[in-house]
Design a binder for this molecule. Structure first.
Ligand code: NAD
Length: 381
């Protein structure tokens, strides 16, 4: 069986996230890099695409050129990943969906709720796959948490505590640094900085693991560094559709915290705790019993955790594998469609455009709440 043809937009040689996509897409041999418009600089983008193995006529200088040319090819790419800066996601994702391509878009899917709703509706109407890369939901033990909650092992979920706090924008002397400055400029970043950039991952995981959505929230945004127009720290209290109480802390000024993404879920019959910096262990404490550590690759894990794991127990798996699981799910959905069969139910765990829309709606509700002194605000999408 030949590999699926994969296209990438953005994710150039100097980018932060491009290499994770390239490695993840190739991890299980389902996708082969076939075409790309990889860089804001056309010459640099073409040269890098050629080095990655694209044919000369598929190493594009610009995404519009790629759209036009790929649309005409009988061997057009099977999946396009959009890994450009945030403000371009809507235009590029929409254009490729309209032309009938399947798309994996980096988060945040768009900058406004109206745009996110348009993308989700377009994917539905066109019958195309549209995923958004909340890729931390691909970690095997995050999928284990979801499976345990779904199987009722925790009983009713009472409380979810999510954090994504790092300290990499804590230096006030960085005010003029272009890589930092845009993130706190509403014209470029939208209504939120650290919540949209980092906290949204933790919020997505809270929804993914509990199977509930955020129904309403109260937010406190702070700019700890003077002069920032957007928040560099936020606390969000929220309530979920299944009755769970939620707490989220996100920060960019928490010096000493590194990636700082954690999730704790407390139910009637036990509690789970996971930290992305130690992704191969999950702490599980059944009510009135001793805590036990579930090891990735170890015994008695759910089918979804086993399916998302590639190495035997004791070998560290990390981010590439987690993103690789999103790609594996998408490959299964695309191949099933080609074969005229239903995809494996386990493959439907990829983060969808509907989840991308919910995430943008929660970010906008939080920004509105913070502006009105933390007023409880409904999340409507
Ligand atoms: P970056 O600035 O490091 O890299 C962006 C890349 O896109 C560069 O190679 C640039 O040349 C290219 N580019 C810019 N405009 C382009 C255009 N119009 N056409 C083609 N290429 C273009 O950014 P990054 O940190 O890699 O982030 C990219 C996206 O990925 C952002 O939306 C970010 O939020 C997201 N991201 C997601 C995660 C995650 O965990 N899911 C982590 C990091 C970044």
């Amino acid at each position: 069986m030949s590999k699926l043809a994969w296209g990438l937009i953005g994710g150039g040689e100097d980018s932060q996230i491009g290499s994770a996509h390239r490695i993840a897409a190739g991890l299980d041999g389902a996708f082969a890099f076939a075409a790309g418009a990889l860089d804001i600089d056309p010459a640099r983008g073409r040269a890098f695409a050629l080095r990655l193995g694209a044919e000369r006529d598929r190493a594009y200088g610009d995404w519009r050129e790629m759209l036009e040319s790929e649309s005409r090819r009988p061997d057009r790419v099977d999946l396009v990943t959009v890994a450009t800066p945030n403000q371009t996601h809507f235009e590029i994702t929409k254009a490729f969906l309209e032309a009938g391509f399947d798309v994996l878009c980096e988060k945040p899917m768009t900058t406004t709720v109206a745009e996110a709703a348009e993308v989700a509706a377009l994917a539905r109407d066109k019958g195309r796959l549209c995923a958004v890369n909340y890729g931390y939901s691909g970690y095997p033990l995050v999928r284990q948490m979801r499976a345990m909650v779904a199987a009722g092992e925790l009983g009713r979920v009472r409380l979810v505590v999510a954090e994504f706090a790092h300290g990499f924008h804590a230096d006030a002397a960085d005010a003029g640094n272009p890589r930092v400055r845009w993130r706190y400029d509403p014209a470029q970043a939208g209504v939120s900085s650290v919540l949209a950039d980092a906290g949204s991952h933790a919020l997505h995981m809270a929804c993914f693991v509990t199977g509930q959505q955020v129904s309403r929230l109260s937010a406190d945004f702070a700019s700890c560094i003077e002069g920032r127009a957007l928040e560099d720290d936020a606390q969000v209290a929220f309530r979920m559709t299944g009755g769970a109480v939620g707490r989220l802390w996100t920060s960019a000024v928490a010096v000493g915290r590194m990636h700082g993404l954690t999730l704790q879920v407390f139910g009637e019959r036990g509690g789970l705790s996971w930290a992305q910096e130690q992704p191969n262990q999950l702490s599980w404490t059944p009510l009135n019993e001793a805590t036990r550590i579930l090891e990735r690759g170890g015994p008695n894990l759910s089918a979804s955790a086993q399916r998302s794991s590639r190495l035997v127990v004791g070998h560290a798996e990390g981010l590439f594998g987690a993103f690789g699981n999103v790609y594996a799910d998408l490959a299964e959905v695309i191949l099933a469609r080609k074969d005229g069969r239903s995809p494996s139910a386990e493959a439907l765990h990829y983060p969808s455009a509907a989840e991308g829309l919910h995430s943008i709606a929660a970010i906008h509700a939080a920004a509105a709440s913070a502006k009105s002194g933390g007023a409880w605000t409904d999340v409507t999408a």
